[in-house]
Design a protein around this ligand. Structure first.
Ligand code: ATP
Ligand code: MG
Length: 428
């Protein structure tokens, strides 16, 4: 029997790469907290019906991509393909709307779609997303876009393109849908097979096709923007005005439709030139109909999701690998010294220092070589002599200066050590 490997479309995020993920998460967390968004954690699997109703049966996600199975109790269950449906279910189930006003929520976690894997496309992937529930105000649309932009910029991604569109209200869209079908029908035989299929089920999605010929045909299709009613137009113009006021540049893209059924009014995507065909890093929009669709009270809402794998690919292209910063590397040899080193390391960790303890038991020379490589600001050395005297050698790695000090004295002057280490770190 061969060894077992990770399933196709899943991957391990190894220590080498995790630093990028942690940077993304920390940045997003901080920006979202400042904007008073609170985190919500919902289950990874839900009743299949939630996604069928919440995303729409005519979408690719529900039609082809869901991980659906019967559990041992014969319940039909799906691994969540996206975050919004679960958040909205929780919002309704726990009566979060009863608190009145606006709910600003965010989430992060794995999502599952049965797709053909490739660069930036997996079967288990991760998103960070936000949902603002309870506001029809175009300022909510502008706020979520501004926050996405803020997160992406703070990570150093300055050259992303923001595409913006309006899908109007349901009534606007129905008229547009008919116009689009009328335009496309004569070309039916020339469309790619998926698009032919969508002509009856979900014609708007044809605009999003990756096939060149379909794109060429779609270029001259009627524009949704010509079908917006007065209210939709007003909303869209206000969003554009607010984005300009915020200094956020965007491009109107009337062919931007987004995959999910429940969008209305604003739709947007942040797109990169450096991701090949999987170019969208963040997608979102307004979904005023969804809460009511899932059995809650009429609640306008707007949100987005960032695909973290794609974001990390971009960060790896532009950023040096963030280095973890280590305060102490502890080297020891001999039974008594090794035991004391462990205790010293623990005490320093409890005092707030980052400390790596060499567990190898190998010769001092080898341990010193690892201390050099570790990037630690200082090295602590314990041998038989130090163990007998309850002292430790403190060696500053930058200057190689070294002093012997009683272990109790070292632990008594942690404030002084902190200041010294911090100042050495800033010099680095
Ligand atoms: P795409 O057109 O690339 O399939 P989508 O419209 O299906 O995207 P959304 O449902 O809007 O994607 O999800 C938001 C973001 O999540 C995407 O912009 C992308 O960054 C990421 N994403 C979606 N599907 C995958 C996947 N299979 N693997 C990795 N990331 C994904
Ligand atoms: Mg997709």
């Amino acid at each position: 029997m061969g060894t077992i490997q990770a399933l196709r479309g899943t991957r391990d995020i190894l220590p080498e790469e995790i630093v990028y993920w942690q940077r993304v998460e920390a940045t997003a967390r901080e920006i979202l907290a400042r904007a008073t968004y609170t985190e919500i954690r919902t289950p990874t699997f839900e009743e299949t019906a939630l996604f069928e109703r919440g995303i729409g049966e005519a979408t690719d996600v529900v039609g082809k991509e869901m991980y659906t199975f019967l559990d041992k109790g014969e319940r039909c269950i799906t691994l969540r393909p996206e975050g919004t449906a679960g958040v909205v279910r929780a919002f309704i189930e726990h009566g979060l709307f009863a608190q009145g006003g606006v709910q600003r929520l965010w989430y992060t976690g794995p999502m599952f779609r049965y797709e053909r894997p490739g660069a930036g496309r997996q079967r288990q992937f991760h998103q960070i997303g936000v949902e603002v529930l309870g506001s029809p105000d175009p300022r909510a649309d502008a706020e979520v876009i501004a926050i996405a932009s803020n997160i992406l910029q703070s990570l150093g991604l300055k050259d992303l393109q923001l595409d913006l569109n309006s899908l109007g209200k349901r009534e606007d869209r129905q008229q547009y849908r008919q116009a689009l079908v009328d335009y496309l029908t004569p070309y039916k035989e020339e469309l790619d097979p998926d698009s032919q299929d969508r002509l009856t089920r979900n014609p708007l999605r044809i605009l999003d096709s990756k096939s060149d010929r379909t794109q060429e045909i779609a270029k001259d299709a009627p524009s949704i923007l010509d079908y917006l009613g007065a209210e939709s137009k007003r909303h869209f113009e206000r969003v554009q005005q607010l984005l300009s006021d915020l200094g956020i540049s965007y491009r109107i893209n009337p062919r931007l439709v987004r995959g999910l059924d429940y969008y209305s009014h604003t739709a947007f995507e942040f797109i990169s030139d450096n991701l090949g065909s999987q170019a969208t890093v963040c997608g979102g929009g307004r979904y005023d109909g969804l809460v009511a669709e899932l059995g809650g009270p009429e609640t306008p809402a707007v949100g987005w999701a960032i695909g973290l794998e794609r974001l990390v690919i971009l960060l790896q292209q532009i950023q040096e690998k963030p280095q973890p910063s280590l305060d102490f590397y502890v080297v020891s040899r001999g039974d008594a010294a090794e035991a004391q080193a462990l205790i010293l390391a623990q005490k320093l960790r409890q005092s707030g220092f980052s400390v790596e303890l060499d567990l190898s038991g190998s010769a001092f020379k080898k341990q010193f070589a690892r201390a050099d490589k570790s990037g630690a600001v200082a090295c602590l050395i314990l041998g038989d002599e130090e163990a007998a005297n309850k002292t430790v050698k403190l060696k500053w790695m930058a200057t190689k200066e070294q002093e012997a000090i009683a272990q109790t004295d070292l632990l008594a002057k942690t404030d002084e050590l902190r200041r010294e280490i911090d100042s050495l770190k800033t010099q680095k």
